[in-house]
Design a protein around this ligand. Structure first.
Ligand code: CA2
Length: 196
């Protein structure tokens, strides 16, 4: 199995961080892609990040993920989430574990955003956690794939790793696998988790 996760972003997500920060926050698409790369690396995975404003190109990316036997797909199809049977069909055909991600809480907005065709073809959905949802999606996928967090000792041979995400994801991965009660605070990317 490949160790590559495709991270696909759909229409208008190239505008992240430039408009409507009250809904989508201040992080840019470049920030999101770095977050994904850093998180994937912590699990010995690689994030191949793509963005397109075209439905057909997103479908091509999904076909490519299938052809390359990618480990999984994290997808925020933007507005196409609510309209695209074609993207749904591509994900079903790909037969790869996929996670449907939305930066905003689509259930707390207009009714037309509440339905996601992507969610129906996905292993799970994450929404409302801001861009931290991408990190959570990769962690969930990694847990499902059985990808253990990279050992910290092994991590040091990679040289200067100052840009990598904090130890938060590692802590949460231990929670998932070992049922620990402790939650993983991270570098402040997400709203505080509700108390257990
Ligand atoms: O919350 C999400 O991640 C969405 O998938 C974002 C889509 C929206 O159509 C979905 O209902 C929910 C829109 C992406 C637009 O992104 C922008 C970002 C900054 C400024 C303007 C648009």
């Amino acid at each position: 199995m490949s160790k590559t996760i495709y991270v696909l972003n759909g229409p208008n997500l190239n505008l992240l961080g430039t408009r409507e920060p009250h809904i989508y926050g201040h992080a840019t698409l470049a920030d999101v892609e770095k977050l994904c790369a850093d998180t994937a690396k912590q699990f010995g995975l690689t994030a191949d990040c793509r963005q397109s404003n075209r439905e057909g190109e997103l479908i091509d990316f999904i076909h490519e993920a299938r052809a390359k036997a990618a480990a999984g797909i994290v997808i925020n199809a933007g507005g196409y989430s609510h309209t695209s049977i074609a993207l749904h069909d591509a994900l079903v055909a790909a037969q790869l574990p996929a996670i449907d991600v939305h930066v905003s809480n689509i259930h707390a907005r207009e009714d037309f955003r509440r339905h996601s065709y992507i969610a129906r073809a996905a292993l799970g959905s994450i929404c409302g956690f801001g861009v931290d949802g991408y990190r959570l999606a990769i962690m969930g996928l990694a847990a499902r794939l059985g990808a253990a967090p990279a050992d910290e000792a092994e991590d040091t041979d990679e040289g200067d790793d100052a840009g990598a995400a904090s130890a938060g994801p590692l802590t949460l991965a231990i929670d998932v696998q070992g049922d620990e009660a402790e939650s993983g605070a991270d570098a402040g990317q997400s709203p505080a988790a509700p108390a257990a």
